[in-house]
Each structure stands twice: as structure tokens, then as C-alpha cells.
Design a protein around this ligand. Structure first.
Ligand SMILES: *Cc1c(COP(=O)(O)O)cnc(C)c1O
Length: 422
């Protein structure tokens, strides 16, 4: 396995940022985010394209702003995300709501042109009761999925996301009862992005579009895999989009309907546009038959993907004195939480494994790459009462700005209520 390298930072910048803002700190690159946005906006399409950013990947206000300024909308996965999208300046007609939990108080959103995506028969029924005669989208589970791990696979019988394709007749009854107009059909099957599975799902999704005469757009979700480790492949959007574009052409020649394409990347826009700078807090070992462990001053409270999925992130040693490290060593890299699962180098299932990296001393830095998506937003924040990790943004001139401060102890406990009889 190759030794991993820094992506958008150099070791000098790592040291500068660490000194100025402290560690751990997430660093995002405006330039990289914008580049990814441009790639997404170039997705092959025949009759128009709309890109929505799945904001759960990273919901920082400034990240949303950069993406919004590129002309991309958002997919909000909860009432709270919807409100954060508003705060970042998105208008209802730039937002799609695809939520597992029923979102209430949608009157304003729907009346101002927002798109609600019904993810179950119950959600469809409630929408019908509240908004008879209105337009909406439905999310369909097409019966197959694609995930890097079973935990990121969100299609097929083991997935609760969307209306099961065999229940579409039941959906139609609800649609007719309330005179609803299905203007969009939606599938999102996970983050494996196997091109063959993707094409098959696109084909099914177009068949669903055929069933709904008011349907003008097809949303194929996100799930475009990004290689975080250098040995992992990334999706080529041009390649997976080409056959899908052909399907839209065929659909037009058969049905004389020009369908718009929508995609919802999360990972693709953000995964490799962020890095987490950490400091080596301790080095311990378990003897000649054991391992050498590096303990970082961060953990699953900043990035829970390794413990959740056995996901791997590049770990790059940077000497605090900016010397070139020539010696390579095999380390097990662990986090600072008092939790046996807080290991950054582990197999799926939790078995620790080693990673070859530049040798480090206590006080050196380790940069964890590939941490722009589903890290800050999905961590086990405040476990062991560690504060929320601060975030900075490197702008297009190379200047670095704080975009989220480190949490204080007062903020961690601010909602606790002290009982006076104790
Ligand atoms: C999470 C999510 C996405 C984005 O998935 P990625 O794997 O990050 O691209 C897109 N659409 C919906 C409905 C989602 O829930």
C-alpha cells in the first residue's frame, strides 16, 4: 500500500494553521469545493440538469454559501436542515426536503415552491391531507442498492428508505384520493456507485416516471463514490452519466416527454475538500508481540466513520519542526476517547490493523485527509465532554478563516437543568 500524501495543503501550511488555530481543526478548501461543484454541474444530461447538495454531508454555513454561489441547490434531510438552508440564504424553490422523520409546518415551504419528497406511504398520506392537489416528489426504493458497505447501502429489502417499488399501487391510491401531482420521482440507493447498478436504477426510475404523467424530472440521488485512500477509485461522473443521458433520449423518443435530470451529491462535493489536522498526544506499545500505538488529540467525536464503517482515511505525518521524515513505521492510530472502538486504523468489525506512516514523535502532527464529508456533521460530538472541533476555511487566495469556533465547557452543558433538591 502506498504511503498517503497531503492533498490540498502542504506541510508548511499544516504547521501554520496548527499554530494559529490549534489542533484538532478541520480545514476546508474553497477552491477544491468549487472545483467539485463545477464537475457536478457538468454531469451529462439531455434536457437540463439540477444539482442539489445533500447538506447532511457538511452543513457549515460557509460551505453552504460556497455551494449556493455556484448555482447548486440543497437536499435537506430534516426540519432542522431545512432551517439551516434558509439561514444560508437558499429559497424554497432551491430546496428539496427528503427526510426520514416527517417534517411538520411545511405550509410556507410548499406555498413558496419548495419540493417535498415523500419517503413513505405515511408521509404521502399526511402530505395529501395537508396539501390536496399540490405537486410533490416521491422517493422509491427500486429493490436494489449499491453501497461501499452494507451500512451505506440504502436500497433493497434491507433498506427502509423510500416507498418499496411493489407498493406503488398503494401510493397511487393515496395520490388519486388527494388529487396529488407527482412532478418528480426520486431514487437514492447508496454510496457504492457501481456504474452498472447506477444505470440499472436509472432505467427503473425512468419506468416510474412513465407511470406518472405529471412527472417532469427524475432525481437519481447521490452516492457517487469518492476514493479517500489513494488505492480507492473515485466515480467518473462523465462516464456514469453518459449511458443515463442516452436513457433520457430514448424516453423522449418513446413518450415525447423531456425529463429533467437531478442529482444530489454529498460525498462527491465535500469528501476530499476537507482535512483534519491533529497532534500526536502520546505513543504507547504492547510489547514485542503487540503494536505501537499513536494517540491523536482527536477521535470519534470528530470523525466516527472508521468506528462506524471501518472506513479508512489517509493519515499523513508532519513533523512539528517541518523536517522530512524518512523512517516509515507501522502504527495503530487511535483516538482520544475512552472507548475501545475509537481506532482510526481498523477493519470493519473493529479489529485493529496497522498503517505504514512516517515516524512521529509526541507533538508532531498527523493530518487526516478525506474528512470534508460526514465527519464534522456526523461525529459523536461531546463524548467524553470533548468540545466540538473548530473549523477553518482556506479561501481562493490561500487565506485561512475560522468558520466555527471550538466549543466552550459552558456551551457543552448549557441545556442541562440543575435540580435544586439534589
Ligand atoms: C445522503 C443523501 C445523498 C448524498 O449521498 P452521498 O453518498 O453523500 O452522495 C443524496 N440524496 C439523499 C436523499 C441522501 O439521503
Amino acid at each position: 500500500m502506498d504511503i498517503e500524501r497531503l492533498r490540498f495543503l502542504n506541510s508548511f501550511q499544516v504547521i501554520e494553521i496548527a499554530k494559529k488555530f490549534g489542533t484538532p481543526v478541520f480545514v476546508y478548501s474553497q477552491k477544491e469545493i468549487e472545483k467539485r461543484c463545477e464537475e457536478a454541474l457538468a454531469f451529462p444530461n439531455e434536457f437540463g440538469l439540477k444539482v442539489h447538495y445533500a447538506m447532511k454531508a457538511n452543513s457549515n454555513y460557509n460551505v453552504l454559501k460556497i455551494i449556493k454561489n455556484k448555482g447548486i441547490g440543497v437536499d435537506a434531510s430534516s426540519e432542522y436542515e431545512l432551517n439551516r438552508a434558509y439561514l444560508a440564504g437558499f429559497l424554497p424553490n432551491q430546496i428539496m426536503v427528503t427526510s426520514q422523520e416527517l417534517v411538520k409546518n411545511l405550509d410556507d415551504f410548499i406555498n413558496r415552491g419548495g419540493c417535498f419528497n415523500a419517503c413513505s406511504l405515511h408521509q404521502l398520506e399526511i402530505f395529501g391531507q395537508n396539501f390536496p392537489g399540490k405537486e410533490l416528489s416521491i422517493r422509491i426504493n427500486p429493490g436494489l442498492g449499491s453501497g461501499w458497505t452494507t451500512k451505506t447501502d440504502v436500497g433493497g429489502t434491507t433498506s427502509a428508505f423510500g416507498i418499496w417499488y411493489e407498493s406503488l399501487q398503494d401510493a397511487k391510491q393515496i395520490i388519486n384520493k388527494y388529487n396529488l401531482k407527482i412532478s418528480k420521482v426520486h431514487t437514492h440507493i447508496g454510496s457504492g456507485s457501481d456504474p452498472e447498478v447506477w444505470k440499472a436504477v436509472a432505467k427503473y426510475t425512468l419506468e416510474y416516471a412513465e407511470m406518472f404523467p405529471n412527472c417532469t424530472a427524475v432525481n437519481l440521488g447521490g452516492g457517487f463514490k469518492i476514493g479517500r485512500m489513494s488505492y480507492e477509485l473515485s466515480t467518473n461522473l462523465q462516464e456514469i452519466g453518459k449511458p443515463v443521458k442516452e436513457l433520457f433520449k430514448e424516453f423522449y423518443s418513446k413518450h415525447n416527454r423531456k425529463l429533467k435530470l437531478e442529482i444530489e451529491p454529498g460525498t462527491y462535493l465535500m469528501a476530499n475538500t476537507g482535512a483534519l489536522i491533529t497532534t500526536v498526544d502520546d505513543i504507547v506499545d504492547t510489547g514485542s508481540k503487540g503494536f505501537e500505538f499513536i494517540k491523536l488529540n482527536t477521535g470519534m467525536d470528530a470523525n466516527t466513520r472508521p468506528s462506524l464503517y471501518g472506513a479508512e482515511h489517509p493519515l499523513i505525518s508532519v513533523s512539528a519542526s517541518n523536517e522530512d521524515k524518512i523512517n516509515l513505521k507501522d502504527y495503530v492510530v487511535v483516538g482520544h476517547c475512552c472507548e475501545s472502538g475509537d481506532v482510526f486504523t481498523q477493519e470493519m468489525g473493529g479489529k485493529a490493523k496497522t498503517r505504514k506512516m512516517g515516524e512521529v514523535e509526541i507533538g508532531d502532527y498527523v493530518v487526516m485527509e478525506g474528512t470534508g464529508a460526514y465527519c464534522s456533521s456526523m461525529s459523536t460530538k461531546n463524548y467524553n465532554s470533548f468540545p466540538e472541533t473548530p473549523e477553518v476555511l482556506m479561501d481562493n487566495n490561500g487565506n485561512v478563516h475560522q468558520i466555527r469556533k471550538k466549543q466552550s465547557l459552558e456551551q457543552i452543558i448549557q441545556n442541562e437543568v440543575k435540580l435544586d433538591f439534589l
